[in-house]
Write a protein that binds this ligand. Sequence first.
Ligand code: SF4
Ligand code: SF4
Length: 416
Amino acid sequence: MLRIRAEEKALLIWNMEYARAAYISDEELQVIEQWTSGKNSGFSDRLKKLGIVCDSAIPKVKEAIVTAAYKKAPPRSFCAPESLHIELTSRCPFECSQCYKDCSGVDLSYEILFDAVKQADEMNVFQIALGGGEPLVYPYLIPVVAEIRKRGMASSITTSGFGLSNDLLSALKRVGLNHVQISLNGSCREVHSRSRDGYEYGVDALELLKNAKISFGINWVARMDNIDDLINLIEVAKNCRANNVNVLRYKPSPKESYENFCLTFEKLNLLESIIRNTKDINIRVDSAFSNLLCHMNKRTSFFSGCGAGRRFLALDADGYYRPCSHVDMKEESGDLQKVWYHSTNLAMFRSVAEKISEPCLSCRYMNGCFGCRSVVLGQGDDFFSGDRTCAYSQSSTSPSIISSRLSACSACANMA
Ligand code: SF4
Ligand code: SF4
């Protein structure tokens, strides 16, 4: 199923089956327009091969091209989020040391949830990512997945695995769930338990998913106390036939000292080498690791860097919209479109690249990276501060920062 969205002099096309979005730029629009009039090209053939367009979509593509001529997006953003991240509940049976959330035990109201899903559909959002707390304990999980599917959007759930049974999984598949991500920080209980509770629920869930004929993957947070176990974790993922391992950057947690667990330069290099050398499974990298991505790709683009307020938006269990679930900047509103276009919080995120300070300001990757605001704010820095812990900083202030991080590396090497 394709969702086709007019953007400002561009198109965004989402293929739900392949969970793949394609951006058709201003210049490429002309080629696509010619294809809608029967003139094929190498570009249109490639898009067809990737499943991004098909002949039956021609009327909708034509209509979207007309609309794209007058659409106006917020600066450095799209006309709507690609995905909406919904915290269904802040209830969770665990007390993980790395958790950055206030697990106050609130469930998102049914009315707010279903209204947000309806508005997301009206704005042509592509995907709804359901999380928590622990989303599997939310009472309206099955109805909301069914509603998302009914409206032609994709849904995914990120869970510890707590409460996942064959019956629940079958019910979720029946109502159209597209994907499950299991949070697992280690290949064995000992490593996982350094930062998360509930190891057995994670591995039991993977065992269920292995034979369930549904797309699933593992969310793994890169930390000093589990980085040396990543190769083993990738083997676990391969053995259970997971589709991906999603490598997430460690974010500050109120229960831990960030400096003790964020990766040192040496361990970032190890992570890079593992990502480069892993075969037979898809390794994804969190956009909070935009510095690592820029370093690996040696280039930046409009799509790289923090996606908060640009590609996605979060709704928390109290019903507040946030640019990203990791930052405590929230606003109450019953109007998703108004938030997307007029929120001052989102405007701040979208203007980071224009206002950021060193070390990011003079970094060659700045335009496609500009660091992670959750990491910056979590260390007590101002919103527009550069990421002073970044190992890839090219600015004049970076050597001392890198060398102090390297000494931190040897100081806590035995934690890995
Ligand atoms: S602030 Fe950080 S965690 Fe949040 S979306 Fe941006 S990069 Fe990701
Ligand atoms: S210094 Fe800033 S812009 Fe440069 S790679 Fe690091 S986080 Fe990104």
